[in-house]
Design a protein. Structure first.
Ligand SMILES: Nc1nc2c(ncn2[C@@H]2O[C@H](COP(=O)(O)OP(=O)(O)OP(=O)(O)O)[C@@H](O)[C@H]2O)c(=O)[nH]1
Ligand SMILES: [Mg+2]
Length: 199
């Protein structure tokens, strides 16, 4: 995937506001602060496209980005609110979690779910919820381990293997990619998955 243009295409807070049209979509899900917006920017090659922050809960709507990539044709990359973020007002949080669940289950143009997990930690309860939710779904799934730059050599060796084990326990057979948005690690692999699945 060779991104030639990436632009913000709108924020969506309820189902009826989802974009019409036939562009395929790929979504980032994962716990708050895991690095979803940062990875989106790295893939798009545009820092500051999606807002990032060290404070969890930065992204509060489904944010759509229009991506142009040479031969593969345009698609939408979708940045989702962080799971398990407890500080937002209860009602607001419930609304977006409901929207996200429905989006993952029913959204016709959705071609790929990228589930981001922090490479330094075991999958958390919110991640396990994602496994269970997605286990029964039709949409291809990619496990993306983030912030690999924070790991030493031996941690690197074990983390992807451990993630595979946990996925298998949850009966999800999925590719696992180790990434670092800051070092550019794994981006080529994620781009290859996007090219293969999102068309
Ligand atoms: N070291 C390192 N830090 C990263 C990496 N990716 C993201 N971060 C940092 O992690 C923090 C959270 O990043 P975001 O991209 O805003 O996380 P998010 O998953 O979008 O968070 P929410 O919008 O709250 O759900 C920021 O301080 C980033 O700079 C990475 O690859 N390496
Ligand atoms: Mg974000």
């Amino acid at each position: 995937m060779n991104v030639t243009d990436a632009t913000f295409a709108g924020s969506v807070a309820d189902w009826d506001a989802l974009p019409a049209g036939d562009l395929p979509e790929a979504v980032f899900v994962g716990r708050s602060n895991v690095g979803k917006s940062t990875l989106l920017n790295a893939l798009a090659g545009q820092e500051g496209l999606a807002y990032t922050s060290g404070t969890p809960g930065r992204t509060r709507t489904l944010n759509f980005f229009h991506i142009e990539r040479g031969r593969g044709g345009p698609f939408h990359l979708v940045d989702a609110p962080g799971l398990g973020y407890a500080k937002a007002p209860g009602q607001e949080r419930e609304c977006w979690q409901h929207l996200l669940a429905r989006y993952l289950a029913e959204r016709a143009p959705l071609r790929l779910v990228m589930h981001l997990m922090d490479s330094r930690h075991e999958p958390q309860p919110a991640d396990r919820d994602v496994f269970h939710f997605l286990g029964g779904q039709r949409v291809p799934y990619l496990a993306v381990l983030t912030k690999a730059d924070k790991l030493n050599q031996s941690e690197r060796a074990t983390t992807a293997r451990r993630a595979k084990e946990v996925l298998l326990e949850a009966q999800l057979e999925a590719p696992v990619v180790l990434t670092s948005a800051s070092e550019g690690e794994g981006l080529t692999e994620v781009r290859a998955w996007l090219d293969e699945m999102v068309r």
